[in-house]
Design a protein around this ligand. Structure first.
Ligand code: PGA
Length: 255
């Protein structure tokens, strides 16, 4: 059975103290309430908090993610953070290719592909984000566009390496807007992406890849989204900043 994920993306929110409180609340609630052993909770917190927050997590049910990394191992890249640094701070997952980074920091598919390689080489798990704009969807090119993002950033991988990647489909028009893709729209795209993976790696490999949905996931819609056969969880922005909501989302998987 594919692993299920409730992954929070705090983005650039919360002071250190506020973050400590939120993280402790989530860890305690998840320990008490998330009983499905196939569910992994992941928290993507700001860089400066990673090292100390990793010491606050005392359950394998919760793992830490960074929200970005640089593909180089070390060197003169002022302001950047390498995979080995993240690893040494207790990080297990790295969110890459988020649409906000693609848009505001001009990150290309090729650059994201380099990050995928660096993360896998370091033994961490990439959470690879992809997704179309509203105008691409309205033009009817969304399936090709998102499939192309996978081709460009993942299809150089061996099957063994691909199996270590978590994919997060996040339609840009649904991020932070309160407009969620319907569960049918999410399922439709996830199936297209799984078929696309199968076209290159075969069905057996494609069936092993967890594909998360992101874009205005909340406690009120998670159950419906996560009940879709190809939706293996969520990458959650706004609702991950509220411990009760995020824990409820983590409990929204079919038994
Ligand atoms: P949202 O963000 O849940 O606030 O829409 C999702 C994301 O950007 O990962």
């Amino acid at each position: 059975m594919r692993k299920k994920y409730a992954a929070g993306n705090w983005k650039m929110n919360k002071t250190f103290e506020e973050g400590q409180i939120l993280l402790s609340e989530v860890v305690n609630m998840v320990k008490d309430e998330v009983v499905n052993p196939n569910v992994q909770v992941v928290l993507g917190v700001p860089f400066p908090y990673l090292s100390s927050f990793s010491k606050l997590i005392d359950t394998p049910k919760v793992a830490l993610a960074a929200q970005n990394c640089h593909p180089k191992e070390s060197g003169a890249y002022t302001g950047e953070v390498s995979v080995s640094m993240l690893k040494s701070a207790g990080v297990k997952y790295v969110i890459i290719g988020h649409s906000e980074r693609r848009e505001y920091f001009n990150e290309s598919d090729e650059f994201v592909a380099q990050k995928v390689d660096a993360i896998l080489a370091g033994g961490l798990t990439p959470i690879f984000c992809c997704g179309e704009t509203l105008s691409q969807r309205e033009a009817g090119i969304h399936f090709d566009f998102v499939s192309g993002q996978l081709t460009n950033s993942l299809f150089h991988l061996s099957a063994d390496d691909l199996k270590k990647v978590v994919i997060a489909y996040e339609p840009i028009w649904a991020i932070g807007t309160g407009v969620t893709a319907s569960s049918a729209q999410a399922q439709e795209m996830h199936k297209v992406l799984r078929d696309h993976l199968a076209s290159k790696y075969g069905q057996e490999v494609a069936e092993e890849i967890s594909i998360l949905y992101g874009g205005s996931v909340g406690a009120g819609n998670a159950q419906e989204l996560f009940s879709q056969p190809d939706v293996d969880g969520g990458l959650v922005g706004g609702a991950s900043l509220k411990s009760r909501d995020f824990t409820d989302i983590s409990k929204s998987f079919p038994a």
